[in-house]
Design a protein around this ligand. Structure first.
Ligand SMILES: [Zn+2]
Length: 120
């Protein structure tokens, strides 16, 4: 995986990926919970939805909205193993290691932080 900054810039060049934005409701939720809670949710989603070698319903496991982290997962192409493979060359049918999980969490958090700073 490339650096977080490079990844975010590349994602912004994608019409589809850059079309994801937090709704007002999601922003309020983010503010109320704070970044530390968001990060623990992100870690949890990554562990359950992406880390297994063959996640359940892969390709459809991440809802399009309802949680700021879901939005971040789509916006950063960390929504399913197919997208992780296409964007970051993460091998399919292999359990993610801790380092990979950590990188994904950091990318998701960086995207959320960027979204937050945008409307300040
Ligand atoms: Zn996907």
């Amino acid at each position: 995986m490339q650096s977080i900054e490079d990844a975010l810039n590349k994602l912004e060049g994608s019409k589809f990926r850059s079309s994801f934005h937090l709704t007002k409701k999601e922003k309020t939720y983010l503010k109320e919970k704070g970044m530390t809670v968001m990060e623990s949710h992100a870690r949890d989603f990554v562990a359950k939805k992406l880390a297994p070698a063959d996640p359940l319903n892969d390709g459809k496991q991440t809802p399009m909205h309802g949680h700021p982290v879901f939005k971040a997962m789509h916006a950063t192409a960390c929504c399913c193993r197919g997208c992780l493979n296409k964007w970051y060359k993460v091998p399919l049918h292999t359990k993610l290691n801790e380092d990979q999980e950590e990188k994904i969490v950091r990318l998701l958090m960086a995207w959320l932080e960027r979204q937050e700073s945008k409307d300040r």
